[in-house]
Design a protein around this ligand. Structure first.
Ligand SMILES: [Ca+2]
Length: 130
């Protein structure tokens, strides 16, 4: 709810940072908005730049996160016939589950095409545009 309020009060950007085998990678969207509770806190991003992957706009349409509603273990708002939040033990803007799984349980899944044990650190940050 706070992210919705903030991103609708001003222009915000969203940044992903991951540390993989000792190297930091970042991906950024210059426009970032979270819609209202009525819209299930769906996400809208545009203006990608970065050096790893356009993680919210995968080339595979069934895992594009952009425009998706937020799913949790008890709120199935994704497009899969099951709950991706339960399946992957996380909350996310799942489509038919995901491409980016930054909140996912450690040890068995993937992020940026990389098996998660190789990721030392990952974070999402938002910042008001100047
Ligand atoms: Ca579902």
């Amino acid at each position: 709810e706070k992210m919705h309020q903030l991103t609708n009060s001003a222009e915000y950007r969203l940044r992903f940072e991951v540390l993989i085998r000792g190297v930091w990678y970042s991906d950024e969207y210059v426009h970032f908005k979270i819609n209202s509770e009525f819209e299930k806190y769906s996400i809208n991003v545009s203006g990608y730049s970065g050096d790893k992957a356009n993680v919210l706009n995968s080339p595979y349409s069934n895992v594009v996160h952009n425009g998706m509603k937020f799913t949790t273990y008890d709120q199935d708002n994704d497009l899969a016939p099951f709950n991706c939040g339960l399946q992957y033990a996380s909350g996310n803007w799942f489509n038919w589950c995901g491409f980016q799984k930054i909140n996912q349980e450690y040890g068995s899944y993937y992020f940026y095409y990389v098996h998660s044990p190789t990721i030392t650190y990952c974070r999402m940050m938002m910042k008001r545009n100047a």
